[in-house]
Design a protein around this ligand. Structure first.
Ligand SMILES: [Ca+2]
Length: 193
């Protein structure tokens, strides 16, 4: 009899402990989001934000005669809007320029989605030219002239004393014909290669 009483007491104690454990286990259920170690330094990267004056928020837009930058709602990679740059001036170089980003010495990865008009590819530039290695210095063709969205990836090393830069986009120039390029989902992150 005594042994069974001990068993009952032990069983009761286990039930009580289990009952106490349950609330404490259910009290810590929220998993915190894992912070991204390489956050995107480009503001309004998908061109979804607009500001008064009809420019993209955080982007500078330099139109020229017969060349303009638009919020494109029919052709976009994600969201509701992409940036469409078009030009009908042979020498026109409209410029869509990101926010300035501080870059310490080290590796960085620029990516963006783009498409052309079927004939002409867009052009991009990691600005602050003259300080970058020759392979990434100055304007470069995206190489995407077709009408399907493609992702472009550019790896580069920011040199010592580089300071920082902007990311610029435009259309092909020095050609007579009307041409259009589209850009969306721009990203500049540290590391990546
Ligand atoms: Ca977008």
């Amino acid at each position: 009899m005594k042994r069974s009483v001990v068993y009952l007491v032990c069983l009761f104690a286990l039930v009580v402990m289990a009952g106490m454990a349950i609330p404490s286990a259910s009290a810590s259920p929220v998993a915190l989001p894992t912070p991204n170690p390489f956050p995107n330094m480009i503001l309004n990267p998908g061109f979804e934000g607009r500001r008064t004056g009809n420019n993209f928020a955080y982007w500078d837009e330099a139109d020229q005669d017969l060349c303009s930058i638009y919020a494109e709602t029919s052709v976009r990679h994600s969201g509701l809007v992409s940036a469409r740059i078009e030009c009908d001036d042979p020498n026109g170089v409209p410029k869509l320029e990101s926010n300035y980003v501080d870059l310490d010495y080290g590796p960085y990865t620029l990516t963006f989605w783009t498409r052309g008009d079927g004939t002409n590819a867009g052009i991009y530039k990691i600005a602050n030219e003259g300080l970058l290695p020759a392979e990434v210095n100055g304007w470069h063709s995206t190489g995407v002239s077709g009408t399907s969205w493609q992702k472009v990836t550019v790896n580069f090393i920011a040199p010592l004393d580089f300071g920082g830069t902007w990311i610029d986009f435009t259309v092909a120039y020095d050609i007579e014909e009307f041409r259009t390029s589209y850009f969306d989902d721009v990203s500049l992150v540290a590391g990546g290669f």
